[in-house]
Design a binder for this molecule. Structure first.
Ligand code: HMG
Ligand code: MG
Length: 296
């Protein structure tokens, strides 16, 4: 039987949160629907965070309300605290993602909290999610590099991931926020993940600042990771990670895995069409689109 990987398409959240322009609710909903049509089983659809800090994610509730029911697809929204969780629940979310970091400085800048303080915020979220039957995903950012602290010990990232799993996360995404990591560093991270027995619950979330996203995905796959985040057209970035580029492009991962004979369940032509919706709304090509446009 062919190997399979699970993809989480983060374009509607990570992809759009770093754009200067906030896209209309209807466009965001059309993008998510197109990603669903392409075969995605897990889509990060938005965030319930402070609109004054991340205006691009404003109206995530309206985006969800504009979607036709897609019961077989996991639609996850980012929530930093109970306030965000309650807004997500009211919007009908059945899956939320909490996010923290391996670097204190990054977490402070991104969430206005120390790592411990972010876990104090997560405790009531996790309790409510369990009671409400809402799935919980976790993120650890800056797993190998921090824009402010430099190199991060991957053991620290794994320790934070273990705390998220204790809270009830069914998967932890290891965010290589800066896109600086090289394959040897990712191999080292994966060895720590494996050593802690977390391979089955680990996802990798690569940004592509230095074009290392595909290479890093490949070494993580070879090390046993079977879950990857990616963004349509390579859009994305965190406003609190200066200098970082977008996520590794979903199109690139589809090409990589197709070449390896690994099943993703996502149609590359329909993926391309979903990206075109955003490109048209932004009035420009997405990163790397010129090449990919003739190669769907
Ligand atoms: P805070 O200011 O510390 O929160 O923000 P607070 O509890 O002190 O509340 C202050 C005000 O914010 C209050 O309003 C709250 O109601 C309001 P006021 O009473 O003054 O009018 N507030 C909220 N409003 C809307 N939604 C909420 C919420 N919570 C409080 N959930 C907070 C802390 C985390 C909320 C804030 O810093 C924030 O929203 N930050 C945005 C973080 C973010 O979205 N970052 C980007 C996503 S993470 C990422 O990209 C990395 C990732 O991709 C992985 C990787 O690549 O590494 C996941
Ligand atoms: Mg990210």
């Amino acid at each position: 039987m062919s190997a399979q990987v699970r993809l989480c398409e983060v374009g509607p959240r990570d992809g759009l949160q770093n754009e200067t322009e906030s896209l209309a609710v209807a466009v965001r909903a059309e993008f998510i629907a197109a990603l669903c049509a392409a075969g995605h089983q897990h889509i990060e659809c938005g965030a319930f965070v402070r609109a004054d800090l991340i205006p691009q994610m404003q109206d995530t509730a309206a985006v969800l309300a504009a979607l036709a029911p897609m019961p077989s697809v996991r639609l996850t929204a980012l929530v930093p605290n109970l306030k965000g969780y309650e807004a997500a629940l009211a919007a009908g979310c059945k899956s939320v993602a909490i996010f923290t970091a391996a670097s204190e400085t990054f977490n402070q800048r991104n969430s206005n909290a120390s790592i411990d303080e972010s876990f104090e915020r997560f405790a009531p979220v996790a309790a409510r999610a369990t009671a409400d039957g809402v799935r919980l995903r976790g993120y650890v950012s800056t797993v190998l590099h921090c824009p402010f602290e430099g190199r991060i010990n991957p053991a620290t990232a794994v320790a934070v991931a273990q705390r998220l799993l204790v809270l009830g996360c069914d998967e932890v995404s290891f965010g290589e926020t800066t896109g600086r990591a090289t394959p040897n560093e990712v191999r080292e991270l994966c060895a720590h993940v494996n050593g802690a027995g977390l391979m089955n619950v680990a996802a990798m979330h690569f940004h592509d600042t230095y074009g290392m996203g595909v290479a890093n995905t490949l070494v993580a796959f070879e090390a046993g990771v079977r879950s990857f985040d990616a963004s349509a057209g390579g859009l994305g970035g965190c406003p609190n990670a200066p200098g970082a580029a977008g996520n590794v492009a979903t199109e690139d991962l589809l090409h990589l895995f197709a070449g390896l004979g690994v099943v993703t369940g996502v149609d590359p032509v329909l993926q391309h069409r979903a990206g075109e919706i955003v490109a048209a709304a932004l009035g420009r090509s997405l990163p790397g689109r010129v090449w990919r446009a003739c190669h769907p």
